[in-house]
Design a protein around this ligand. Structure first.
Ligand code: MOS
Length: 710
């Protein structure tokens, strides 16, 4: 069953609106919380007037730093808010939570929030990048080799803007207490991430916190962390003795729920006359929001992509008065690859070498910065198959060589790679008397297809149809499985599903041979395709459980973390695209796309293709449309889905995706690596390269908008 195209098991309930998302949660007596946010970007709160809000209809409470809900400091780093909300008067960014109004209805809470006023001791916020800064510090330097040598030198700088995840579902949390037990319905990329954060900040034993996050309307990294509505809803519910629902507005999501940082990379490369790299230096600069701790290692992609005896990357972090910068699909690598993949194209042109050929000449058969072998790498096959299928050999060498009416036509390509790893996961499989099997773990499905991966792998191992497996995700009381991040879910959870589905067969056989009601009592039996057999007698597990009058059998299987210091683990791919740029208006359109991926075993051909297509769509947004602007008050100005441009259907061509489907023999028995982030890496570079090929204009600053092409 592994590798076939399978429809999403949760598809029907999603498209019919039956899937329960956090904000859909209906609890009798639920109250609504609405956040009050700062209207300056830097300074200190000197006072707040909440009298009018408190007197407003239906208002139950107004919490502020002067009348706070007690929250303890966060202990562990989680790429999210550094400070729990309302615990101090310092303003670090525009749109920071400074109040929480709870009322009987959402409208009452919103209207009362509008009556809260605040006074500030204001300072000028720092938002310039990379210019004037609060403090900039060089944080990391990794050096491989000792000298830079070579005949040909290339150097250039590449910049990328602030971007936002723009998941369709805004951040929502519903909290309700029963005595000292808390139940939380929330958006999340992992129920355990929420449980841990809440345990820290509420001072409540994690075992008393039940987190439910069965369906998530997109995450892209923005729901890995916990943002202000999570602890505030829970703490207010505890204080008021009523359930509390809090949903961020879209503008609040932009301000406080994480963003992709701004970056600048300055690449310097040397190579021999035949195009063999002798050194690559990448000095990366990245912004960090003062609302958080996290910063992006933007230059590090350079360490693992091409063979070069000398490598050096640096990281300079520029703190700004903004909410937390956080992980966003392929953090570091989506931005990092834009620079190196553009630079490789520029170097190829300088040398007069074909861009695919230049990549093959610098093919990293070993991990460039460690010298270790790869667990599995077939990137050369991606290049060759991609070039052949795309018709790369027909590409004119000259730029601006092809026109179709008023459209200049160009093609470009780039490399994609993204890290792979296998963590520890435990999964429970239970066989039921009705002939179905349930599979549970704390994993999350953000629209990624994880439900269906669980169903396929359990069905495959149990030998029953996918439709008879019921995956159960997003519940913190399930066995601890992988959170949805780092393209890690299938790689980590998949082997655990297999182990658990095998273990439950052992439980079933024990029941069959030891239960006095079983027709197999005391016999030698075997399990196959959902049935137990002995001699001429075969009985499905559902019938056997019914015959034995037991409610089910279950087993928990654990797949351990992979510790393998001998290998480098990554997924690989190659993108090929055609871009048309209007001769008169400069409008760029992506018109053809092919991605060839080498990501180990593919579990669901249909969902895997969707993952890569979705990532390419997001990469087209990164390349051509997406940028969040900041004004002098440090406010993200286009903080809505009308002004922050993301691709729509009309912006997207047919996206052809091929998988090589070489199992990775080292990462697990399943052989699956990650695909969630791989597809966006290299997309912006491929498009920039095609734009250059079409027009002769090299744009080194994302997004590639028409003003830069006129
Ligand atoms: Mo993702 S950016 O791995 O949460």
């Amino acid at each position: 069953m592994i590798g076939r195209p399978v429809d999403r098991v949760d598809g029907r309930i999603k498209v019919t609106g039956a899937a329960p998302y956090a904000a859909d949660t209906k609890i009798p007596g639920v109250t609504c919380g609405y956040l009050v946010t700062s209207t300056i970007g830097r300074g200190r709160l000197t006072g707040m007037d909440t009298a009018a809000a408190l007197a407003s209809p239906g208002v139950l409470a107004v919490y502020t730093p002067f009348n706070p809900l007690k929250l303890f400091a966060y202990v562990q780093e989680q790429n999210d808010e550094r400070f729990p909300p309302l615990q101090d008067t310092e303003i670090r960014f525009f749109g920071q939570a400074i109040g929480f109004v709870v009322a009987e209805t959402w409208e009452q809470a919103r209207d009362a929030a509008g009556l809260v006023t605040a006074t500030y001791d204001q300072q000028p916020p720092v938002t310039e990048f990379p210019g004037r800064t609060l403090q900039a510090f060089e944080e990391v330097e990794e050096v491989v080799g000792t000298q830079t040598v070579g005949d040909i030198t290339f150097t250039a700088s590449y910049t990328t803007p602030f971007q936002h995840h723009c998941a369709m579902e805004p951040h929502a949390t519903v909290a309700t207490w029963n005595g000292d037990h808390l139940t939380v319905y929330t958006v999340s990329q992992g129920a355990l991430l929420v449980q841990r954060r809440l345990s820290e900040t509420l001072g409540v034993d994690a075992a008393k916190i039940h987190v439910l996050s069965p369906h998530v309307g997109g995450g892209f990294g923005g729901k890995w962390g916990n943002w202000a509505q999570v602890p505030l809803a829970c703490a207010a519910s505890r204080a008021l003795g009523r359930p509390v629902k809090a949903v961020l507005t879209r503008e609040q999501v932009f301000a406080m729920a994480g963003h992709r940082p701004r970056t600048k990379q300055t690449l310097a490369m040397t190579c021999t006359e035949d195009g063999k790299l002798t050194s690559i230096v990448n000095d990366g600069v990245t912004s960090r929001g003062l609302g958080g701790n996290w910063s992006e290692s933007v230059a590090n992609w350079t360490l693992t992509t091409y063979a070069s005896p000398n490598l050096r990357v640096t990281k300079t972090v520029v703190p700004l008065n903004l909410g937390a910068a956080t992980v966003m699909r392929a953090p570091g690598e989506a931005n990092g690859s834009f620079a190196l993949e553009s630079a490789m194209d520029e170097l190829a042109a300088q040398l007069g070498v074909d861009p695919v050929e230049l990549r093959l000449r610098n093919y990293a058969t070993l991990v460039p910065n460690t010298g270790k072998p790869w667990s599995g790498k077939h990137l050369d096959e991606c290049y060759r198959l991609g070039a052949e299928e795309f018709g790369w050999s027909k590409r004119p060498k000259q730029v601006r060589a092809t026109a179709d009416g008023d459209w200049l036509v160009g093609t470009g390509m780039a490399t994609a790679t993204y890290g792979a790893s296998r963590g520890q996961a435990s999964i429970k499989v239970r066989l039921h008397p009705d002939g179905t099997a349930s599979v549970s773990g704390t994993a999350a499905d953000l629209g990624t297809g994880q439900y269906t991966v669980f169903a396929i792998l359990a069905a495959d191992e149990l030998g029953i149809p996918v439709t008879r497996v019921r995956p159960d995700l997003g519940d913190s009381t399930s066995p601890a499985a992988a959170n949805a991040g780092g393209s890690n879910s299938t790689c980590t959870n998949g082997p655990a599903v297999q182990v658990a589905a095998k273990a439950v067969q052992t439980e079933l056989i024990t029941l069959a041979t030891t239960n006095p009601r079983s027709p197999f009592y005391g016999k030698e039996v075997s399990y196959r395709d959902g049935s137990v057999s002995s001699g001429g007698l075969t009985m499905s597990f559902g019938t056997l459980l019914t015959t034995c009058d037991v409610g089910g059998v279950e087993a928990v299987g654990t797949s351990p973390r992979l510790v393998d210091p001998e290998h480098g683990f990554r997924s690989f791919g190659a993108h090929f695209c055609e871009v048309r740029v209007h001769r008169l208006t400069g409008e760029p359109r992506v018109t053809r796309w092919l991605s060839v991926c080498d990501a180990g075993t593919i579990v669901n051909a249909k969902a895997a293709r969707s993952q890569i297509q979705g990532a390419v769509v997001m990469g087209i947004g990164q390349a051509l449309l997406e940028a969040t602007e900041v004004d002098v008050s440090a406010r993200f100005t286009n903080a809505n889905l009308a002004s922050y441009l993301v691709p729509v259907h009309a912006d997207i061509p047919r996206i052809d995706v091929r998988f090589l489907d070489h199992s990775d023999p080292v990462i697990s028995g399943l052989g699956a690596k990650g695909i969630g982030e791989l597809g966006i890496v290299g997309v912006a570079g491929a498009i920039a390269n095609a734009v250059h090929h079409a027009t002769g204009v090299r744009v080194r600053d994302l997004p590639i908008t028409l003003d830069k092409l006129l």
